[in-house]
Design a protein around this ligand. Structure first.
Ligand SMILES: [Zn+2]
Length: 72
């Protein structure tokens, strides 16, 4: 009976190690994934939406272009 318990314990450790190494090889979900892109209404450059400066529903790449406004 003691041998059986030892066998189960070794299996459990191996299973845990395999799971841990699989988890480590995958990139964390927060690091990748689709990122919302925005387009500057002044210069037209595309950039991550999280960095956008928004005014009157338009996105700008920086505060200077927000002040300059939409390029005609
Ligand atoms: Zn811009």
């Amino acid at each position: 009976m003691a041998k059986f318990l030892l066998f189960v314990a070794v299996l459990a450790v191996v299973f845990w190690l395999v799971r841990a190494s699989n988890r480590r090889s995958k990139p964390p979900p927060a690091a990748r994934g689709p990122e919302a892109m925005a387009q500057c209404a002044h210069c037209g450059v595309h950039f991550p939406g999280a960095e956008s400066v928004t005014e009157n529903g338009r996105d700008y790449c920086c505060d200077e272009h927000r002040r300059l406004g939409v390029r005609s």
